[in-house]
Ligand binder design. Structure first.
Ligand code: ADP
Ligand code: MG
Length: 280
């Protein structure tokens, strides 16, 4: 409790990490200390309770999530698996504040985000969450640098700072020298690395990756997974990754399986298998 109070600067427990900026490495390491003592005093990073998502298609209701419960602690690396149509992307979109549940609670760092207004959701996305998609979702006819700097543009940072940080973010994923290439001038793996740079540039504490290697060859998949491993292990970023492939899921320390909009299985691995070496 003492730990929490110190972190929260007098704010009520549950607001600690959120107020202190989740990208603050010291706070995260403090959170890890607390967890390792076995005294779980921090709220989970993610808590979903009885989460429902119903899409209306004409006269038909599609129940994509049907009362899903899930908790994820800061610093976890979670693989989400399940058949096509089981609700994985729906869940990721809600976790990433791109969409809201029809019913149920979703709290992120102790804040209930299920009912927040769109502008607050956008702010949380911009500051705390990075999203990587299977299809990269880069803006065409726009350079790697401009794609990577976009979140900082929305934040209204000075142009020079946007450029400097985007240049560094691209270098961080091995794309120095490619700053002025357009997406069509880059390989799939390189485009996904631009997308990762864009996801990371705002200093998120949570990275969501929906089948990030789904469109990539084995070599590029390795490179992307080496980056995700590094972000999780070295920087303590929480990673949630949807994949169909067992070798990809083996990078995670926890695997959940979704079936028909609910958690069917949830298992932890003792040590994440280093199936692939960090070097490509
Ligand atoms: P997964 O990612 O596991 O393949 P999804 O979350 O994309 O599954 O989809 C879950 C279910 O919700 C599917 O039946 C899908 O057709 C439906 N669905 C997803 N998005 C929409 C949408 N925007 N409108 C209507 N139905 C949707
Ligand atoms: Mg999907």
């Amino acid at each position: 409790m003492i730990c929490l109070r110190v972190l929260a600067n007098g704010a009520p427990p549950g607001t600690a990490v959120y107020n202190a900026s989740p990208s603050d490495a010291a706070v995260r390491s403090k959170a890890a200390d607390v967890r390792h003592t076995g005294l779980l005093l921090m709220p989970p990073l993610i808590r979903c309770e009885d989460l429902w998502k119903v899409y209306r298609l004409g006269d038909v209701d599609v129940q994509a999530l049907r009362g899903l419960d899930l908790s994820i602690e800061p610093g976890e690396f979670v693989a989400v698996m399940g058949a096509s149509g089981s609700g994985k992307s729906t869940l990721m979109n809600i976790l990433g504040c791109l969409d809201q549940p029809t019913k149920g609670r979703y709290s992120l760092n102790g804040t209930d985000v299920a009912t927040l207004r769109p502008d607050r959701l956008a702010e949380i996305r911009n500051r705390h969450i990075g999203f990587v998609f299977q299809s990269f979702n880069l803006i065409p006819r726009t350079s790697a640098l401009e794609n990577a700097q976009l979140p900082l543009f929305y934040r209204g940072l000075p142009w020079r700072e946007q450029r400097a940080r985007a240049t560094a973010a691209l270098a961080g994923v091995g794309l120095q020298g490619r700053e002025h290439h357009y997406p069509t001038q880059l390989s799939g793996g390189q485009q996904q690395r631009v997308a990762i740079a864009r996801a990371l540039i705002g200093g998120p504490s949570l990275l969501l990756a929906d089948e990030p290697t789904g469109n990539l060859d084995t070599g590029s998949s390795r490179e992307i997974m080496a980056i995700l491993d590094r972000l999780n292990k070295d920087q303590g970023i929480t990673v949630i990754l949807v994949t169909h492939e067992q070798e990809i899921a083996a990078h995670a320390s926890r695997e959940i399986v979704i079936k028909d909009g609910r958690i069917q299985a949830d298992r932890r691995r003792e040590a994440a298998a280093a199936l692939w070496p960090a070097e490509a």
